[in-house]
Each structure stands twice: as structure tokens, then as C-alpha cells.
Design a protein around this ligand. Structure first.
Ligand code: PAF
Length: 280
């Protein structure tokens, strides 16, 4: 049987209402399509948590600034649905923009805390409002018990976790470790933009974070270790937006020696912006 794709909220609700009536739990995997093994891992982890897995495919215009890559973002729905079916997902919700943002739509989620940490938000000021708005809508539309998010977009994971808690949304947000190529490069739909040479070079982003984490664990000041990482990435030809050590939950600047830290980085190679993060 081929995997069912629903395009409107009414049809989605029909399916998820049946699941609920049967006493089945569900996990939602929000995606923008162009699926890779990282997304498939989210589906597999969702299947461990819940009886049913719903994947959503929606390239959310509200999280792209005017100069960003909305128009050229890879759209590969047929291949995505085939991969989701193979992975064992039970349903796909792939709406058109007007289903999500009908004429007159006038609401968005306003965020503080981890969304204003001076990381992604500094370089993409509209991004998290767009993400939080679509994610809140997908949570309400799906009525899922669990939501699966990759740690690769770590600030996004913290923002969504905080939002679900603050708005008392009846869903548990689960972070899933980043899936990497053998070189260490984090899987991302945007890796498709990299040339062969850039792809080879891109693994250095992860490597420099690993080196910095090692130095911090050995006692080096986080600001020193991240400064070195920034400079060595620049020498390799990256245009670095940030390399930062932050509190692993609030993403605030570290205050003392004993708090859990996360290293986060964003840098450009040519026209491609890469992000990555690791625990210290
Ligand atoms: O991480 C993504 O792919 C997107 O930001 C998300 C969570 C699907 C919201 O559009």
C-alpha cells in the first residue's frame, strides 16, 4: 500500500482523529522536504516513541528572508514520499502555502530567551518567528503526542522546546542527535548546494568544533577556544558568522565553570551557509 499524502487540515484531522479514537499515540516529524538520512532517523526515532508517525513537508515561506533561498530550496516531494514510506511513516501532510497561510492570516509567535541568543537570530532576524509560527500550527493541526527535531538545528530545538513548554502545548519535543557523513559533515538539505571542493572542505566546520570542545574540556577558556576555531575556519576560506560557546539549554553566555556547554557555529562556503554544533 502506498503512503497516503494529505494536503489539507481537514483530511489530516480525519486521519489523526481515527488514531486517537483507537488509542494510538503519534509522533510528528516536521520537515521542509529534500529529505536525507537525518530526517529518516527522525522518522525511525518517532516510530520508537509512538504507534504512528506523521511527516510534514512544507517549505515555510515565513522563515525565509527576502534575500534567502526560498525560490531555489530543493523540492523533491515524490522521492521524499518514497523514502518516508520505506522508513515506515504512516502519513504525510504536504499542504500548499494557502492552506497554511490563507488570506487574512495575521498571527505569529513572538519569542525571547533562546530565540534571542545572538546566534542564528542575529543573522536571520525573522527566522525563528517563522519557525515557531509554523511549528505551533503543525502541533495544533497534527495533535501529535511527540515531535521529533534534529539537534543539527540546535537553537531551533531549544526555541521549539521552550515554546511548547511556555504555551503548555500538549506535546513532548524530542531532540535527535545529528547524523553525519564519515568526514563529520552534518547532513543538511543545503549540502546539495556545495561544489565538490566545497563539500570536501565543509567537514572542517565540525572538526574545528571538536578541537575547541577538547580544549575547553582540558581547561581552556571557551572564548579563547572559539576564537581559535573562528580564525582557523577563516584561514580555510570560510566566511564565519559565529563560533560560540553557550549554556546548553538557555543558549545564554556561559557564566561559570560547571554549566553544560554547547558549541555552535555558522559559516559560509561560497554561496552555502552551513551550521553545526556539538556538546562540550
Ligand atoms: O528544520 C526545518 O526543516 C524547519 O525549520 C521546520 C522545523 C520544518 C519548520 O519549517
Amino acid at each position: 500500500m502506498s503512503l497516503k499524502v494529505v494536503r489539507n487540515i481537514l483530511d489530516l484531522r480525519k486521519e489523526t482523529t481515527v488514531w486517537r479514537a483507537e488509542g494510538l499515540t503519534s509522533a510528528v516529524v516536521p520537515t521542509m522536504g529534500a529529505l536525507h538520512d537525518g530526517h529518516i532517523t527522525l522518522v525511525r526515532e518517532g516510530l520508537k516513541q509512538a504507534d504512528r508517525v506523521l511527516a510534514t513537508i512544507f517549505v515555510n515561506p515565513k522563515q525565509f528572508a527576502a534575500h534567502e533561498d526560498l525560490g531555489r530550496y530543493p523540492r523533491t516531494e515524490a522521492a521524499d514520499v518514497a523514502r518516508l514510506e520505506e522508513a515506515g511513516a504512516h502519513l504525510v501532510f504536504a499542504p500548499e502555502p494557502q492552506e497554511i497561510y490563507p488570506p487574512g492570516f495575521a498571527t505569529s509567535v513572538v519569542l525571547t530567551g533562546p530565540a534571542k541568543a545572538g546566534l542564528e537570530d542575529k543573522f536571520r532576524p525573522d527566522f525563528f518567528n517563522g519557525v515557531a509560527t509554523i511549528v505551533a500550527k503543525l502541533f495544533a493541526q497534527s495533535q501529535a503526542d511527540f515531535a521529533m527535531f534534529g539537534e543539527k538545528d540546535y537553537q531551533q530545538l531549544m526555541v521549539v522546546t521552550r515554546m511548547a513548554c511556555d504555551l503548555d502545548l500538549p506535546i513532548k519535543v524530542i531532540g535527535v542527535p545529528t547524523v553525519r557523513e564519515e568526514s563529520g559533515l552534518a547532513l543538511s538539505s543545503r549540502n546539495a548546494y556545495l561544489s565538490k571542493t566545497e563539500h570536501h572542505k565543509a567537514a572542517a566546520l565540525h572538526q574545528k568544533l571538536v578541537n575547541a570542545a577538547r580544549k575547553i574540556r582540558a581547561g581552556q577558556r571557551p572564548s579563547r577556544a572559539t576564537g581559535v576555531a573562528r580564525r582557523s575556519l577563516a584561514l580555510l576560506g570560510f566566511r564565519v558568522d559565529y563560533v560560540a560557546a553557550r549554556n546548553a539549554e538557555t543558549l545564554a553566555q556561559p557564566k561559570g565553570p560547571d554549566e553544560p556547554l554547547r558549541l555552535l557555529a555558522a559559516a559560509w562556503l561560497g554561496n552555502t551557509r552551513l551550521i553545526d554544533n556539538i556538546a562540550v
